[in-house]
Write a protein of this length. Structure first.
Length: 159
């Protein structure tokens, strides 16, 4: 479910808050990306990208056909952030942040750039991975990259 809040603030009082449910059937929505045509991309932590028809009540939700089999979902890991590229109208590109796994083990946090097709499917345009990766422990994974900020200074490209 996605709720959008509209806030009207007067200098001398508490802000008014109105919450409207725009769409239902989503799970652990992590981020939203507003597209130039009024539609909205969402990431769901458990490894889904969805496309909302708009931001008004009753918006339809369709799942983006994207290969997210390498997303590790546990604790705070999974499919996380989303950014729509400034030139999306021309390139149709957006980037997600995900906990990546290999053979069921978390290996690193990756930024993955996608290209959305007209039919709502997405294909990998490129992959960028944090070189710091995760350190596996008996209790799970500790993101070593979190101690090395900013990560963009330590990125390397992988295709």
């Amino acid at each position: 479910r996605i709720d959008l809040a509209l806030i009207g603030v007067a200098a001398d009082r508490t802000p008014d808050l109105r919450v409207t449910t725009v769409a239902a059937g989503l799970s652990h929505v992590w981020d939203l990306g507003f597209l130039p045509d009024g539609r909205v991309l969402t990431t769901e932590r458990d490894g889904r990208i969805s496309l909302l028809s708009g931001t008004s009540e009753g918006a339809t939700v369709s799942q983006v056909n994207a290969d997210l089999a390498d997303v590790y979902v546990r604790g705070e890991g999974g499919l996380m952030g989303l950014v729509v590229h400034p030139d999306f109208a021309q390139t149709r590109r957006f980037t997600t942040c995900q906990t990546h796994m290999e053979a069921g083990t978390p290996t690193d946090v990756r930024l993955v750039t996608w290209q959305l097709s007209a039919d709502g499917s997405a294909r990998h345009a490129s992959r960028t991975r944090w070189s710091a990766g995760c350190r596996s422990t008996r209790r799970g994974a500790t993101p070593a990259a979190a101690r090395r900020w900013p990560p963009t200074a330590r990125c390397s490209s992988h295709r």
